[in-house]
Design a protein around this ligand. Structure first.
Ligand code: CP3
Length: 354
């Protein structure tokens, strides 16, 4: 493997000094890029991209060809995991992801088991292929959904506005939800460890729906199972620490609890004040975030002003990875991302001078 030429992202996650604030963008490879849409058309479908290591490598690198981002993220999806568990993932045109066999009765829940990781070999092959193609340019991030967020899709059978099935199960039959979450946690841990073995240099757990839970329920049904994942993760590979980022959308109320999970960094959505978040977590973890993805529709001058405001609110010193507060919109003008990346790199240097 080639040596890593730019380790700014990994250093910031470990709160080590850097020359500037590194950045990457959640969903940085995707439909807002015309070159992504062209590759997707050649592959025939979104899953066609995910299951082919060559296509996955091509689209992972597309945003890096346009922008000097400080990390790449594996191109895949969180729902490959329940698919490997036999739930039958499909994408209905214009409706988002769905499952043919969602968990709708006790027998299906009791039958759920950690799948053979060979079912996900295409993901590990993509990780290895992307590492080769990156050739040490920037680190590669692996990822998984959180046990709870995966359970939401597995029980609802697709996206949901209310999560009424998940919440009914949680209040009526908590032991059944605990069973699903335990299986998911052990699966996610094995899955991430295989990504790390294949070359992922940091991992992020996407807890997109943990923030939909009530106080107390978040700790019991989402955070406890992310902790069960983190406790099983390989934390060092090839002589380097493999940092773990936990992103709970809507998790700002529970930062102290998340900081105690054993993660290295917390991803923040746009509702948080970075200065307040930094005071609350102290030097326990790094912070990642939290530019409002909708601010990318504004003029480049307005984008730059907002970047300046966020950098100032974090303040001087390391421990901040710039990112969006959630995934980039498919309607984002690609030139606005140029303005964002340039502003972060240029304006952040003042906060890192010794
Ligand atoms: O960040 C990256 O660039 C890596 C790729 C990535 C995708 N999905 C690609 C994708 C990652 C990290 C994900 C994670 C993911 N997938 C999450 C958690 C993060 C989040 O955004 O909250 C969730 C909840 C999913 C499930 C999922 N996959 C949904 C709800 C959708 C439909 C979204 C939509 O906008 O239609 C997907 C499909 C998906 N995953 C796309 C991409 C680029 C769009 C597919 C397409 O090309 O049509």
């Amino acid at each position: 493997m080639s040596p890593l030429n730019n380790d700014t992202f990994l250093r910031a996650l470990l709160r080590q000094p850097t020359d500037y604030t590194p950045l990457w963008l959640m969903r940085q490879a995707g439909r807002y890029l015309p070159e992504y849409r062209a590759t997707r058309a050649r592959a025939g479908s979104f899953m066609g991209l995910c299951t082919s290591p060559d296509y996955a490598t091509e689209v992972t690198l597309q945003p890096l060809e346009r922008y000097p981002l400080d990390a790449a993220i594996l191109f895949s999806d969180i729902l490959t995991v329940p698919d490997a568990m036999g739930l039958g993932l499909y994408f209905a045109e214009g409706e988002g992801p769905k499952f043919e066999r969602p968990l709708r009765d006790e027998a299906a829940i009791r039958a759920l088991a950690v799948p053979d990781m060979a079912e996900l070999q295409y993901v590990f092959d993509a990780v290895a292929s992307i590492r080769r193609a990156l050739d040490g340019r920037v680190p590669l991030i692996g990822f998984s959904g959180s046990p709870f967020t995966l359970a939401c899709y597995m029980i609802e059978g697709g996206g949901s506005d209310t999560f009424s099935r998940v919440k009914t199960l949680m209040y009526d039959r908590p032991e059944l939800l605990h069973h699903i979450l335990a299986v998911n946690a052990d699966t996610v841990a094995a899955y991430l460890n295989r990504q790390i073995a294949a070359g992922a240099q940091a991992v992020q757990i996407f807890d997109t729906w943990g923030g939909a839970l009530a106080y107390g329920k978040y700790q019991e049904f989402s955070l406890a199972y992310m902790k069960r994942v983190i406790d099983q993760l390989v934390r060092e590979h090839d002589g380097r620490r493999v940092p773990v980022i936990v992103f709970t959308k809507g998790g700002g109320l529970w930062l102290e609890d998340i900081a105690d999970s054993g993660c290295d960094a917390i991803g923040l959505d746009w509702t948080m004040d970075l200065a307040a978040a930094r005071r609350r977590v102290g030097d326990r973890v790094a912070l990642q975030g939290n530019f409002d993805p909708n601010a990318l529709f504004a003029r480049p001058e307005a984008i730059e002003a907002e970047v300046g405001r966020l950098l100032a609110s974090y303040g001087a010193g390391s421990g901040h990875v710039f990112n969006l507060g959630h995934g980039i919109s498919q309607f984002t003008p690609p030139e606005h991302v140029t303005a964002l990346v340039d502003a972060v790199h240029r304006l952040s240097r003042a906060y890192h001078s010794v």
